[in-house]
Design a protein around this ligand. Structure first.
Ligand SMILES: Nc1ncnc2c1ncn2[C@@H]1O[C@H](COP(=O)(O)OP(=O)(O)O)[C@@H](O)[C@H]1O
Ligand SMILES: [Mg+2]
Length: 247
């Protein structure tokens, strides 16, 4: 399968503090990767940097998407290339309805207007699968949404945008078990041979519903260990402390 994303020896900082200390990761099309790591290890920093968040400074290394460096590309260009990030803490956009927001991002990433009838049908169908009531469509984005509603809204965006690479930053945080199942079903429906996914999570429980091809353990700004699903189970069983024992 062709290469989708390659992160090569990436070092990056925020406010003068080095957070990423040599990240190496390659994702091919069709693959689902999971990154697990303690709070503060730099997982959100990594996802924000891949998406091009301007607050972070890349010190050295490179990020390639389909073989080309994207380091100098602004976030909207990266989105147009087919990179999507679902935020750990999605922000509210009072005054902008879910429907208008979705239509705008679809138009901007596809570069053309989506016929309204087709758009409505697609939104309705996807919302039903995610068990979102229809009234949701006319609410303001993330404004007063519960934790679970915010996460469903992120998956709704992903399902409509159909990005080549989806990065899901702690999409499982704050969800009860039913919401987790619904969201994981939504994610699984987005798996395909011509797309890739990077799931970032603190807990193994999400991986009971979504089987990743690779699991990476992130410690202090870099990948310390990689394996398959069994690595996540081992981590669950022994806790992050087992890393200290082995290192
Ligand atoms: N905007 C910021 N300003 C200052 N420090 C930050 C900022 N964002 C992240 N950090 C620091 O970077 C480190 C990694 O954070 P983060 O990437 O959010 O970790 P994780 O997602 O693994 O919990 C933490 O020490 C955090 O305090
Ligand atoms: Mg985080």
């Amino acid at each position: 399968m062709p290469e989708l994303l390659r992160i090569a020896n990436l070092h990056a900082s925020i406010e003068g503090k080095e957070i990423l200390k040599g990240v190496n990761l390659t994702i091919h099309t069709g693959e689902v990767h999971a990154i697990m790591g303690k709070n503060g290890s730099g997982k959100s920093t990594l996802s924000n940097i891949v998406m091009g968040h301007p607050s972070y400074k890349v010190i050295s290394g490179d990020i390639l998407f389909k073989g080309k460096s994207i380091l100098n590309m602004p976030t909207d260009e990266r989105a147009k290339l087919g990179i999507f990030l679902s935020f750990q803490h999605p922000t509210a956009i009072p005054g902008v309805t879910v429907t208008n927001f979705l239509r705008t991002i679809l138009k901007s990433t596809r570069g053309k207007d989506v016929p309204i009838k087709e758009f409505r049908k697609e939104v309705r169908g996807t919302m039903a699968k995610l068990e979102m009531p229809e009234s949701f469509a006319s609410r303001y984005v993330n404004d007063g949404f519960s934790g679970g509603e915010k996460k469903r809204n992120e998956i709704l965006q992903m399902s409509l945008l159909k990005p080549s690479l989806a990065i899901l930053d702690e999409i499982d945080s704050g969800l009860d078990i039913d919401a987790l199942k619904t969201i994981c079903d939504g994610i699984n429906q987005n798996r395909s041979q011509d797309r890739g996914m990077l799931m970032i999570t603190h807990y193994q429980r999400m991986l009971n519903y979504i089987t990743p091809d690779f699991v990476h353990i992130f410690v202090d700004g870099k990948i310390m260990m990689s394996g398959d699903k069994s690595l996540a189970l081992k981590l669950e069983e022994k806790g992050y402390e087992f890393l200290n024992v082995n290192s």
